[in-house]
Design a protein around this ligand. Sequence first.
Ligand code: LIP
Length: 274
Amino acid sequence: MSTADPPSPPPTPEDLERLAAGLAQGAAAVVRDAGIEGLAVSAKSTATDLVTQVDRDTERWLVDELALRRPEDAILGEEGGGRTGTSGVRWVLDPIDGTVNFVLGIPVYAVSVAAEIDGVVVAGAVCNPVSGELFHARLGGGGHLDGRRLGERREVPLSRAVVGTGFSYDAEVRSRQVAALAPMLPRIGDVRRLGAASLDLCFLAAGRLDAYFETGLNPWDHAAGGLVATEAGCLVSGLHGRPPSERLYAAAGPALAESFFALLESEGADSVRD
Ligand code: LIP
């Protein structure tokens, strides 16, 4: 009588980081090879919320790769590529984070791949197809850019901080976001609206931004970049002691976090969608 194969051992965070990095780089090549000539573009939640055939094809590539390499894992993909799993591992995929930038040819967009074990992100990778930069991290293993450990950052007062943010695809929410941002602007150094949350968070990790906040993010926007940022020593949180969420996702280096989160709280940055 044949004996069933012993169950394969659970993957380590190192295994998942290595796989996330390979998947992000492979998907970035799919995006790069697709180009934007004759691109089919359609709208999703609003006229400004774009999706292209390249988004869909790239997610399909990721889903197919995972079906081969990790067939028992669950998947959550921005463009609907999802499945349940039995392993406790779930992959969270954004095939092109920053689709509007991709369509316009602004070189600030990325493939974002994260792996959760029982709901906790333990590994992630973010790859910019244009620059080739690969940000990656695993829980407890540090945040990296192309293998180089991240963590150094300038220490500036809030009045000099360059803060990344983003705005909703919903015009009414955008008007409230601007109303909350306006009184903050004279109290920080400057603002950057780069258009891809995953790269905002990785740029924070790399010291290219001093802080970041945004409302309305989906798990695929921040899963990988948020891990890179925390593993690079940044604090990631919601406001009033809440965890980061769609209500508000905020992050800063440790020296700036207290004053930055206090500013966000004073201007009600987490209530623009109420
Ligand atoms: C984008 C985010 C960005 C946000 C945009 C959009 P998408 O993701 O990364 O930070 O401000 O509204 O949600 O839609 O390009 O995958």
